[in-house]
Design a protein around this ligand. Structure first.
Ligand SMILES: *[C@@H]1O[C@H](CO)[C@@H](O)[C@H](O)[C@H]1NC(C)=O
Ligand SMILES: *[C@@H]1O[C@H](CO)[C@@H](O)[C@H](O)[C@H]1NC(C)=O
Length: 256
C-alpha cells in the first residue's frame, strides 16, 4: 500500500436555514447514543450520511455533488465513494475540546465523458493527455478521511449546543501498487494499468479540499443547529463539559 497524505485547514463556511422548524424536521434522522456505545455511533453516522449529509430536499440541504475534474480534451475524472463511507473511529477530548471522526470508504476513480458533466479544473494541470479513444478507465481503491473539529459548547435558552470550528482534514488515498501482477495475464495487466492510471490522476487534485471538505462541512453546519443531547445521551454521572471517550475499529489502519 502507498498513501497520499493531504492536509488542509479549512475556512469554508456554509449555513442552513436557521429555524426551529429545521431542528424539528431533522430529528427523525438522528439516532441518539450513549457515550459507551460505539455500535450506536456507527449507526448514527450511517443515518446522517444517508438522510442528511448527502443532501435532503425536504430539509433544503443541497445534494452532495461528486467531485469531477477535467482530464484531457474530451473526458473528466469523477471521484466518489462517500455514499458508502463508514465510521471507524470516534473521539471526544475535553482539554482542549476536540471531536474527531475517521471514515473509511471505497474510492471510485472513474473516467467519464466530459459532455455529461461540468468538470472543475484540476489543481495541477495534466500535460499531454490525448483525445480519449477506447474504453474509459476506472479503478476502485480505498480512502481514509480523518476529521478533527475543535469545538466550543454554547448554551442557547438553557440547551447545550456544540459549535464546531473549521475542521482539520487528513485524507489518505490508498491505491495499491500492482506491479507484482502477471503481465501475461490480460486481466491482471489491465488492473495494473488502471491502478497506475488512477494513482497518477489523483496526484493532480487536492482530495481533502475538493472531495472531503464539501461533505465534512455539511456535518459542521448541521451540528450547529441541533442540541447536543440529540446526538449524545449522558449517564447521570456524566457532563457535557468533560466529554471524553475514544473508540475505533481494531483493524483500523493508520498512516502507513
Ligand atoms: C479496500 O479495503 C478493503 C477492506 O479493507 C479491502 O478488502 C480491499 O482489498 C481494499 N481495496 C484495495 C483496492 O486496496
Ligand atoms: C484513543 O485510543 C487509542 C488506543 O486505544 C490511542 O492510541 C489514541 O491515542 C487515543 N486517542 C485519543 C485522542 O485519546
Amino acid at each position: 500500500m502507498r498513501g497520499l497524505v493531504l492536509l488542509v485547514l479549512t475556512e469554508v463556511f456554509l449555513r442552513y436555514c436557521d429555524s426551529r422548524q429545521f431542528a424539528y424536521k431533522i430529528d427523525r434522522y438522528i439516532i441518539t447514543c450513549h457515550t459507551t456505545d460505539f455500535e450506536c455511533f456507527k449507526k448514527q453516522y450511517k443515518a446522517l450520511r444517508d438522510n442528511v449529509l448527502l443532501g435532503n430536499d425536504r430539509l433544503h440541504i443541497p445534494t452532495y455533488e461528486h467531485y469531477v475534474f477535467a482530464y484531457g480534451p474530451n473526458t473528466c475524472v469523477k471521484l466518489s465513494g462517500l455514499e458508502e463511507s463508514e465510521l471507524v473511529s470516534i473521539t471526544f477530548e475535553s482539554d482542549p475540546r476536540k471531536y474527531s471522526l475517521v471514515l473509511e470508504l471505497p474510492l471510485r476513480i472513474q473516467q467519464v465523458k466530459s459532455s455529461t458533466k461540468k468538470c472543475a479544473a484540476p489543481d495541477r494541470a495534466f500535460a499531454n493527455v490525448k483525445n480519449h479513444v477506447g474504453p474509459l478507465m476506472r479503478f476502485t481503491g480505498n480512502a481514509t478521511i480523518g476529521i478533527t473539529y475543535p469545538y466550543k459548547l454554547k448554551k442557547r435558552k438553557g440547551i447545550v449546543f456544540m459549535q464546531l470550528e473549521d475542521e482539520n482534514l487528513d485524507v489518505i488515498l490508498d491505491i495499491p501498487d500492482l506491479s507484482h501482477f502477471h503481465m501475461n495475464s490480460e486481466v491482471e495487466a489491465k488492473l495494473y494499468r488502471w491502478s497506475e492510471w488512477a494513482y497518477e490522476v489523483v496526484q493532480h487534485v487536492d482530495a481533502a479540499e475538493n472531495f472531503a471538505l464539501p461533505y465534512t462541512t455539511q456535518l459542521r453546519s448541521l451540528l450547529d443547529h441541533i442540541p447536543l443531547h440529540k446526538f449524545i445521551m449522558l449517564y447521570p454521572e456524566e457532563e457535557y463539559l468533560d466529554l471524553q471517550f475514544n473508540y475505533s475499529e481494531t483493524q483500523l489502519v493508520t498512516n502507513p
